[in-house]
Design a protein around this ligand. Structure first.
Ligand code: ADP
Length: 262
């Protein structure tokens, strides 16, 4: 049994003029426990829509979304989220921002303090506990957002273009950080990204989507030696595969480890 099962999920939006259109059609994929899955595809293909459904922000869809074999109902602390913007509260310190996220969590004050400290250390922000968001760089603020999302020990972490607002150098450093954090926490992650290289660098599996209607056109397993080398021939071969899938509108291909060859 996979950690998360997306089964024949379709989502239809009704527009202001009363018409409806299909934003996601018949999407199915699995996320195994501890797996890193990326969703890539052109703007408007339904990536964020799919993530919102998994988060539980919208229950109006067809199909099934099962977490540990149970249909998801609304939002839950078992599904953490990191957005492109850090969404830290500007009037609270880093410590208090993460502490606030634990308000409803079980545990004593001391235990929560320890959880906050542990997660701040995990993302490499030790020493900045008393800093306010405006005193943190963009990359540091995104690390803080990751720490806040992980503080609840979610069984799955959703990332919606988490590094999309960062400059290229910071983005690459944060990709390495995210990889390290994922390896350490062993938590399942689903990341929406526009950046195919980012997806290949981080993922076990890449879900490729396309538009008209928004749908999954390919699922590509990424099997590369670790730590991953962006410049290698194998990396380049997977990049070609992803771009081919994105540009081949007709194809619906499920790549498996068995038929994956480069
Ligand atoms: P992506 O994240 O891949 O860019 P989205 O999931 O944001 O795509 O959007 C998929 C399609 O659904 C787009 O055509 C978008 O305009 C439309 N859409 C998204 N949210 C809504 C909404 N709340 N109401 C109507 N249409 C929406």
């Amino acid at each position: 049994m996979a950690e998360l099962e997306i089964r024949n999920v379709s989502k239809r939006y009704v527009t202001v003029d009363g018409n409806s259109f299909v934003a996601v059609k018949d999407a199915s994929f699995d996320v195994e426990a501890g797996e890193f899955v990326s969703i890539v595809g052109p703007s408007g293909c339904g990536k964020t829509t799919l993530l919102r459904l998994i988060l539980g922000l919208d229950g109006d869809y067809e199909g099934d979304i099962l977490l540990k074999n149970e249909r998801i109902k609304g939002t839950s602390l078992s599904r953490g989220i990191v957005f492109q913007e850090h969404r830290l509260l500007p009037w609270l310190t880093l410590n208090d921002n993460i502490g606030l996220a634990l308000l409803q969590a079980e545990g004593t004050k001391e235990q929560k303090k320890e959880t906050v400290a542990r997660n701040i250390a995990l993302v490499g922000l030790g020493g900045f506990e008393k800093s306010y968001p405006h005193e943190l760089s963009g990359g540091m603020a995104q690390r803080a957002a990751i720490a806040r999302a992980l503080a609840h020990q979610p069984s799955i972490l959703l990332l919606d273009e988490p590094l999309g607002a960062l400059d290229a150098i910071t983005r690459m450093r944060l990709q390495e950080e995210l990889w390290r954090i994922w390896k350490y926490k062993k938590v399942s992650m689903i990341m929406v990204t526009h950046d195919v290289e980012e997806a290949i660098f981080l993922s076990d599996k890449i879900i490729v989507m396309n538009t008209n209607p928004g749908r999954i056109v390919s699922q590509i397993k990424v099997v590369l030696p670790e730590p991953r080398e962006r410049s290698g021939a194998e990396f380049g071969a997977i990049r070609r595969k992803v771009f081919e899938a994105m540009h081949d509108n007709a194809a619906v291909v499920i790549e498996s480890e068995d038929n994956y060859s480069i």
